[in-house]
Write a protein that binds this ligand. Structure first.
Ligand SMILES: NC(=O)C1=CN([C@@H]2O[C@H](COP(=O)(O)OP(=O)(O)OC[C@H]3O[C@@H](n4cnc5c(N)ncnc54)[C@H](OP(=O)(O)O)[C@@H]3O)[C@@H](O)[C@H]2O)C=CC1
Ligand SMILES: CC(=O)N[C@@H](CCC(=O)OP(=O)(O)O)C(=O)O
Length: 333
């Protein structure tokens, strides 16, 4: 299946390039950077750890490449800033391409919530049905034109909460800590090494709160934190339970939800970030304590929280095993 990656010079884009280059069913035909770059260059000039391993050329995207692209490629992955995706995705869909978009441009269904969360209007002229691709909870028909890949925090939080939603009695509280790669490759003072010191951010304002609420169908309190490590997210979630919910019923609910899903690991101990970094797994551990459920869940933000989930969805879309090409430990960044 010929494919292309936009935003291939960025963190989630380079992970996509690596996964697709090594995938048995996809062939990577184009890897685009922004048009702000003047020349094509080997991806190893930005990521020297790939020298001798990945001879992909990064090519600046220009719209006059569209007709060539749409003749040679069937599917595209967008790892772009939200506004850039909002502009480009409809153009690519109209050119007949299947688009997996890693940004937040198409995730929120309610236009006013979208406007408030992202600060720009939801794109007009978009396909009527946009799939929200939380991979373990979505069945793609293989006819969708645009698939919105969930955000990193919403992925780990929704995967942890969805199996136990019928037990809850109150608002779940989510504390999640992310590594700095979650903020992308571009330089910014608040994500530079000497500035980062574990702290909360976006308290009561983060755009992933409405996305999580939409995904689980319930209100949620969400507080993200930035930690001084490269990659990975650890979420600790406190769920008020209805009277009488037992550990056994919680365990059964997780087993029923995930016994047949190869990329979810139900753990006997709280997962550590290092258990999942470089993998496409989501690890989940849940314990009933008094009338609360305490869930600890971890993912790699750039893989299960971005590139690997996009490939998992593309696997499903084209009828492959959902974990195809995703079971080796890796990670470029
Ligand atoms: N980082 C993460 O953990 C996650 C990120 N995401 C989402 O994925 C998307 C990419 O994030 P991330 O990889 O972190 O970002 P980066 O900042 O690392 O990379 C952004 C990429 O987009 C390219 N780009 C920027 N502006 C344009 C434009 N106008 N037209 C075309 N290309 C452009 C950049 O090219 P150039 O290098 O030439 O500037 C670069 O390749 C974002 O929407 C983000 O929200 C989703 C889940 C997790
Ligand atoms: C650590 C950090 O800054 N994380 C990013 C979220 C990661 C991400 O890119 O999520 P989206 O796909 O929804 O943009 C943030 O809080 O904005």
């Amino acid at each position: 299946m010929p494919c292309a990656v936009f935003g291939a010079s960025g963190y989630s884009g380079v992970e996509l390039v690596w996964l697709l280059h090594n995938h048995p069913q996809f062939s990577l035909e184009y890897a685009f950077s922004s048009s702000a770059r003047e020349d094509a260059e080997p991806i190893a000039s930005l990521y020297p750890q790939l020298a001798g391993q990945l001879d992909v050329i990064l090519q600046p995207w220009h719209s006059d490449l569209l007709s060539q692209l749409s003749q040679q490629v069937r599917v595209v992955f967008l790892a772009l800033p939200h506004e850039a995706s909002a502009e480009l995705a409809p153009v690519l869909v109209n050119a007949g391409l299947v688009v997996f978009d890693l940004s937040g441009a198409f995730r929120l269904r309610d236009p006013s919530i979208h406007q408030q969360a992202y600060g720009f209007e939801r794109a007009a002229n978009i396909p009527e049905t946009i799939a929200y691709g939380l991979a373990e909870w979505t069945t793609l028909a293989g006819t969708e034109q645009l698939i919105a890949v969930p955000g990193c925090y919403p992925t780990v939080t929704s995967l942890a909460l969805k199996p136990v939603m019928s037990f809850i009695d109150g608002v779940p509280l989510v504390n999640a800590v992310s590594g700095v790669s979650g903020a992308g490759r571009k330089a910014a003072s608040h994500t530079s090494f000497c500035e980062v010191s574990l702290s909360a951010y976006g308290v009561a304002t983060h755009r992933h709160q409405p996305e999580i609420a939409q995904a689980i169908g319930h209100d949620v309190i969400f507080v993200p934190h930035l930690g001084n490590f490269k990659r990975g997210i650890l979420a600790t979630i406190y769920v008020p339970l209805q009277q009488g919910v037992s550990q056994a019923s919680v365990d059964t609910a997780y087993e029923q939800a995930y016994s047949a899903t190869p990329l979810i690991r139900l753990r006997q101990q709280p997962p550590a970030i290092r258990d999942v970094v470089g993998t496409a797994f989501c690890d989940i551990h849940a314990v009933v304590h008094q009338n609360h459920l305490i869930i600890c869940a971890a993912i790699d933000n750039l893989l299960k929280g971005a590139a690997a989930q996009a490939v998992q969805l593309a696997n499903q879309y084209f009828g492959c095993d959902s974990a195809l090409g995703l079971q080796q430990r890796g990670g470029v960044v």
